[in-house]
Design a protein around this ligand. Sequence first.
Ligand SMILES: [Fe+2]
Length: 176
Amino acid sequence: MNSDNDLQIAGDILEVPHLLQPPREHPATVAEFVGLARSIAVDRGQWAHLVRYDATTRWYHRLRTGPGYEVWLLSWVPGQGSGRHDHGRSSGVLTVLEGALTEHTARGTRVLAAGAQHVFAPGFVHEVVNDALEPAVSLHVYSPGLTEMPMLPRSASRSAEGTTAHPLCEARPATA
Ligand SMILES: [Fe+2]
């Protein structure tokens, strides 16, 4: 059997449409949520005009909702932080769009620079702070949509400042 015969046996996949998966309208897997976040991150037209830096509170805007997920855009001026919290029963994908955010978890502290992506499971606990001198913008995909954001006491290694009990860790909506 030569290569021509192999090609003939394999056929042309474009002529076998029933073997092709149509692109899903909505993401449903972790990989698809990561892909959604990346596709929004590179398309500044979807979010750049919605960034709003507010010195009194972190600013957030719900970019998109779909069956079983929500996408939020957050703006952080230097010094703003989330407080230590988990995400109820939601999984999430955190993507830094501009600037850098510092994330404190039980495993330690790391800086997430623009382009960094972080996937977390239900029950994941963290505290996110803009410790940089420049504002930051981040994108958050939650699945299912965020219904609770329990605030937790800071760990012993962190400052003893009080926490802010807010239903969302991510401040207030861009629309009333
Ligand atoms: Fe969070």
